[in-house]
Design a protein around this ligand. Structure first.
Ligand SMILES: *[C@@H]1O[C@H](CO)[C@@H](O)[C@H](O)[C@H]1NC(C)=O
Length: 343
């Protein structure tokens, strides 16, 4: 997900590569991620201090991707409904992303290209019995005129067709998707919403009387956005809207990138250190988008990283720097937020 004006190199999914092989830079503090994915490593190494309920295969017994896809009103919808869903979650991606980024590639969705954080968010939600609906923006980012009305229409139509109209409706939008969710929450009836790395459009709309409870999940390193969020939380409070925030801090990289295996991961990590991209404690010195890490790989080890792994690695680098990126690390808190506002 991008919102910094920097464009990622287009990432073309390589069809021949097995879908399960998704790469992630595992941040060592979030050991949960390490174990969530280390089934793809040849030699899983136990990570000490891991809470037993955060095992990598926790989801495998609980939930698997089995999405449906449909085209409507010039865009695509991808969704999955677990048995006995308790709520409907609409997910809005950020700029340059699509609905396909939330779901792993499979025979049901050959175009899907699950990104590490995006797909984990969906798995968390499905495991907690949320029906998950993702829709792509028509352009690179969401727009707030006609598109807003069309998507509101699609959500309402979809919920009714699936006969889920009696369930609470919640939404999470990241970056551009966060602005979008803040806007459609003024029209549709959500029981609560989450705005991720986005302050919302609260200075540009008449906030309705019963605006839904709003959780801001943000990265305070982005100080400008942090200030806006503090300001908008005040605005919402003055309207008697329940608000809360979760701050996401930077994390050190670890030398393990599941999906490319231990050896290559370690080489990549060494290269990053050698080039001075990370400090001695493993923290990214700059945002992944501002780091010429792909060039560095091309220069010294051209065959180290396959093309289709670039976008996932980029996402994990950005997350570790914690300036502006989708994150699944707070999934449980976010879902608890939704669950606590359902009556
Ligand atoms: C969306 O598509 C449906 C089915 O093709 C159509 O009936 C509806 O009018 C469209 N909505 C908008 C806002 O264009």
């Amino acid at each position: 997900m991008l919102n910094l004006g920097t464009k990622l190199k287009a990432w073309h999914g390589h069809k021949k590569y097995p879908v399960v092989v998704l790469v992630m830079f595992v941040v060592s503090v979030s050991v949960a991620l390490v174990l969530l994915f280390n089934k793809y490593d040849e030699n899983p190494i136990p990570v000490p201090g891991l809470p037993p309920d955060r095992k990598w295969n926790r989801f495998e017994s609980l939930v698997q991707f089995n999405p449906k896809r449909e085209f409507r009103n010039g865009t695509d919808l991808i969704w999955q409904i677990p048995d006995s869903p308790k709520a409907v979650l609409f997910l809005a991606h950020g700029c340059s992303c699509r609905a396909v980024n939330f779901w792993d590639k499979s025979h049901k969705c050959p175009e899907c290209v699950g990104l590490p954080e995006d797909r984990l968010l969906v798995l968390h939600a499905l495991a907690r019995k949320f029906a998950v609906l993702t829709i792509s923006s028509v352009g690179e980012c969401w727009t707030f005129g006609k598109e807003r009305l069309i998507v509101e229409d699609i959500i309402t139509w979809w919920v009714n067709r699936q006969k889920l109209g009696k369930l609470p409706l919640v939404a999470l939008g990241a970056s551009s998707g966060g602005y979008f969710v803040s806007a459609i929450a003024n029209d549709l009836k959500f029981s609560s919403i989450t705005l991720m790395i986005a302050e919302g459009l609260f200075d540009r709309m008449d906030i309705k009387e019963d605006y839904p409870p709003t959780l801001f999940v943000h990265m305070p390193k982005d100080t400008h956005r942090q200030q806006k969020i503090t300001e908008f939380m005040q605005v919402l409070r003055s309207k008697r809207v329940h608000v809360a925030e979760i701050k996401c801090m930077e994390l050190p990289l670890s030398d393990r990138i599941p999906g490319v295996g231990q050896t290559v991961s370690a080489m990549l990590f060494d290269l990053f250190r050698e080039k001075g991209f990370v400090d001695k404690n493993g923290y990214m010195k700059r945002d992944g988008r501002a780091t010429r890490w792909e060039d560095a790989i091309q220069d010294s080890k051209p065959n180290l990283l396959e093309n289709h792994l670039v976008h996932p690695v980029q996402e994990e680098l950005n997350l570790a720097f914690a300036y502006h990126e989708m994150t699944s690390l707070q999934s449980e808190d976010i879902l608890k937020w939704f669950e606590s506002h359902m009556t």
